[in-house]
Each structure stands twice: as structure tokens, then as C-alpha cells.
Design a binder for this molecule. Structure first.
Ligand SMILES: Cc1cc2nc3c(=O)[nH]c(=O)nc-3n(C[C@H](O)[C@H](O)[C@H](O)COP(=O)(O)O)c2cc1C
Length: 176
């Protein structure tokens, strides 16, 4: 805690957590024939068998109810040169994809051009967790698209790694 006395505030807590660097993913889906999505820094891997991933969603999100309605979504791993994608999808508004180019994944969810990789997921579980939902996705398919540095979020800003190890291509179907 930065202050010597007094109870910690929500801002203190948020500031402290900002010292932990995260990657940045875009969670996308099609709703009513239109692309919808939001940016997520809380993405994490959970299980290999079955293949499960997770992330937290703020209860105030207007995009998540649209994404979860279809029970299938894609997780796009953003590259260092995609901070404009993160800014566009972190906004709240009707047409966040207006300036983004994308194509449909095998499952039909938006894959934003230039992403490092994507994972097509089914909505597996959703748990209440304070002012967030804890979302668990079952990965149906994953595809590596590009070898480049990832986008990193740290202390409220976007960063790139100064060196990135060579990546190994991996693509797969996750069958029942
Ligand atoms: C780098 C970054 C990471 C974020 N991580 C999360 C997150 O893990 N969970 C979340 O609910 N919102 C996160 N947000 C905020 C959402 O992307 C978005 O701003 C919010 O959902 C409002 O958009 P919406 O109303 O369309 O849902 C993050 C934003 C940024 C810029």
C-alpha cells in the first residue's frame, strides 16, 4: 500500500494491481449479425484436459451479455502493434468494429486481422465473483496466426517486450 495509514480505497487497490503486467486479448462474437467484443486483461489458462481458459468480466459490461447470448466466442491474442484494436474495443459504443478489419473463424466468431492467435471457445461456466463474473471457456479450436511481440498492459499503459523468443507454430482442434 502506498499510504502509511488509513483504509485502502478502490483506487489504491486498482493502482496496486496495475503493477502486475498482463497480456491483452479481445473477446469477440457475432450478435444479431454484427461483430461484438471487448478487451480483457484478466485472461488465464486453467486446464489442458479438458482445455479450459478463463477471465473476469465486470458486471457493468454492455458487450458481455451480447457475447454470452450465443454461448460461443473467440479469444484473440493481440500483438504489440494492435494497441489501436485494444483502444477501439475498450470503448463502450454501438459500433466498435467500424475501423477494424476481421474475418470469421471456423466457428463464425470475429478474428481481428493482425492478431497473434485465436481460440474458439464455448461458454462452459459463469460464476458470480464480487462485482465481476468469472467466465470459463471450453476451447474448441485454436490457431497460431503470426510470430510477433504480444501487446502488454502495465501501469495503465501499453508496452511491448524488448525481446521476444521465437514462437512455435501450434494449431489444433479440441475434440470431445
Ligand atoms: C488493457 C485492458 C484490459 C481490460 N481488461 C478487462 C477485463 O479483464 N475484464 C473486463 O470486464 N473489462 C476489462 N477491460 C475493460 C473492457 O474492455 C471494456 O472497456 C468494458 O467492457 C466496457 O465496454 P462494454 O460496455 O462494451 O463492455 C479492459 C480494458 C483494457 C484497456
Amino acid at each position: 500500500m502506498t499510504r502509511a495509514e488509513g483504509p485502502a480505497t478502490t483506487d489504491d487497490f486498482r493502482l496496486l494491481l496495475g503493477h502486475f503486467p498482463t497480456g491483452v486479448v479481445a473477446v469477440t462474437a457475432i450478435h444479431a449479425a454484427r461483430p461484438v467484443g471487448l478487451v480483457v486483461g484478466s485472461f488465464f489458462s486453467i486446464s489442458l484436459r479438458p482445455p479450459l481458459i478463463g477471465f473476469g468480466i465486470n458486471n457493468t459490461s454492455t458487450s458481455w451479455p451480447l457475447i454470452s447470448a450465443g454461448r460461443t466466442f473467440s479469444v484473440n491474442v493481440l500483438a504489440a502493434d494492435q494497441d489501436h484494436v485494444s483502444r477501439a474495443l475498450a470503448a463502450t459504443g454501438p459500433d466498435k468494429f467500424a475501423d477494424l478489419s476481421w474475418h470469421a473463424s471456423e466457428a463464425g466468431s470475429p478474428v481481428i486481422d493482425g492478431s497473434l492467435a485465436y481460440l474458439d471457445c464455448d461458454l462452459h461456466a459463469s460464476h458470480n465473483a464480487g462485482d465481476h463474473l468469472l467466465i470459463i471457456g471450453l476451447v474448441r479450436r485454436f490457431r497460431h496466426l503470426r510470430s510477433a511481440a504480444p501487446l502488454v498492459f502495465f501501469r495503465r499503459g501499453y508496452w511491448s517486450l524488448s525481446s521476444t523468443p521465437d514462437s512455435t507454430q501450434s494449431t489444433g482442434e479440441c475434440l470431445d
